[in-house]
Write a protein that binds this ligand. Structure first.
Ligand code: NDP
Length: 399
């Protein structure tokens, strides 16, 4: 019935391919294409071993619009799932428009040389997707992605008015390395070393990187050190959640991780400015990526759980209340199912669900959409069925 092309054969691409292959009545044909075709082939072999489903593979340079357009015109998929890097978002949106294919991704566009991610570039495609009768769904991972859907669900069912949202992302897993990032190191480190930012009373407020901290008592994983960061879902949520007064994002880090990061930063290893090294221009952060463990290799070693959720305060029936909507995920269980740790799993499963929403026509509407702009209910139902069950708990109001 529906053919999909997955672009990107990293940790997330693997999970998307595995999960799509578990639902062959919806994803009747799957093609996995990426820059390094051998990585696609390795995933395809594992998918075949785990599910008995054959997926085709192809080499593609997603930075090249003409090449990608020709590829899409030949393959004629209904939907392109972009799980390459944020740098490829715009070229892949261009190719989808040229070839008449719906588009979906998990991270917003970031210019390669600016370390700055914003939705403005992708929102600028609104009219073009509308006119072409095509749907573009932005940020269908966990955060952004599920966190946006949690907020939309809270707005629809749990509150008459939402006042504050704190998104909390805890990874209490341990991979046994001194230092490694759970997803693409370049993207991860760029995110953490940037200034923190949150939105309050209609304004963005900026703080020094990792300077605002709280100890948060999470369900299942317990008390964790959480640090205020800027995260992209806040940019759309502050516009789409009615009456919102404040939104912040927090991520947990161990002291060991922060010490390593501080040293790497102090010696210049996290810089994106090219330096001359033995007659060659290299970016220190790209070199760092080359020496750090490949996130895809962490799967078998990582033990423990993640807990990601939204702590929301608002008014229901005239009463103030506070809830936490969350999912917890076990690294080893993910590995058993799809050969990946929970970080890629919690991104890849929502990507597969977002794709389903488009292919089933439930979230198909010409234009460019953030997740909270769609009906949360069918997505929330699928989360429970596809490996990311969620809970809602009431929390005491803070004095
Ligand atoms: P990886 O670095 O593991 O994988 C990226 C893949 O994209 C690699 O296979 C890479 O190819 C491929 N790629 C890069 N450039 C190109 C190109 N020009 N043409 C074709 N293929 C290309 O990343 P992850 O799997 O960890 O992450 C994938 C995406 O998911 C990222 O955009 C990330 O930001 C996002 N993400 C979103 C999260 C969320 O919750 N919303 C959480 C985690 C990640 P090669 O193998 O040759 O390098």
């Amino acid at each position: 019935m529906s053919k999909v092309i997955i672009i990107g054969a990293g940790g997330v691409g693997n999970v998307v391919a595995q999960k799509c292959a578990q639902l062959t009545d919806i994803f009747t044909e799957i093609v996995l294409a990426s820059r390094t075709v051998s990585k696609c082939d390795a995933i395809a072999a594992d998918v075949l071993a785990k599910t008995g489903v054959t997926i085709r593979t192809a080499a593609i340079d997603a930075d090249n619009v003409a090449e990608t357009t020709t590829f899409l015109q030949a393959e004629k998929p209904e939907l392109l799932i972009n799980v390459a890097l944020p740098y490829q978002d715009l070229t892949l949106m261009d190719a989808c428009l040229a070839a008449g294919v719906h588009y979906m991704d998990t991270a917003n566009y970031e210019p390669l040389d600016e370390a700055k991610f914003e939705y403005k570039w992708q929102w600028a495609y609104q009219d073009r997707f509308k006119e072409a009768g095509l749907t573009a769904l932005l940020g269908s991972g966990f955060d952004p992605g599920v966190t946006n859907v949690f907020c939309a669900y809270a707005q629809k069912h749990l509150f008459d008015e939402i006042e504050t949202i704190d998104i909390l992302d805890a990874n209490a897993g341990d991979h046994g390395y001194h230092f490694a990032t759970n997803f693409n190191p370049e993207i991860n480190i760029r995110e953490i070393t940037a200034n923190g930012r949150y939105w309050e009373e209609g304004e963005w407020k900026e703080v020094e990187p990792m300077s605002v901290h709280q100890v948060y008592d999470f369900p299942v994983v317990g008390e964790q050190d959480a640090y205020l960061l800027y995260h992209e879902e806040m940019e759309s949520l502050c516009q789409n959640i009615k009456g919102l007064k404040r939104i912040r994002f927090w991520m947990t880090f161990s002291q060991k991780y922060l010490t390593h990061l501080r040293v790497l930063e102090n010696v210049g290893m996290t810089s994106i400015e090219p330096i001359d090294f033995q007659g060659q221009q290299i970016k220190p952060i790209e070199f760092l990526k080359a020496v750090l463990p490949d996130p895809a290799s962490l799967g078998p070693r990582t033990k423990g759980k993640t807990c990601i959720g939204c702590d929301i305060v608002g008014i229901k029936d005239g009463q103030k209340k506070r809830v936490f909507i969350y999912n917890t995920c076990d690294h080893q269980e993910c590995y058993q199912e799809v050969s990946s740790q929970a970080i890629s799993y919690t991104t890849g499963v929502p990507a597969m669900i977002g794709a389903q929403m488009i292919l089933k026509g439930l979230w198909q509407e010409p234009g460019v959409w953030n997740m909270e702009q769609r009906d949360p209910d069918p997505f929330m139902e699928e989360l429970n069925l596809r490996g990311l069950p969620w809970q809602v708990i009431d929390l005491p109001l803070e004095s």
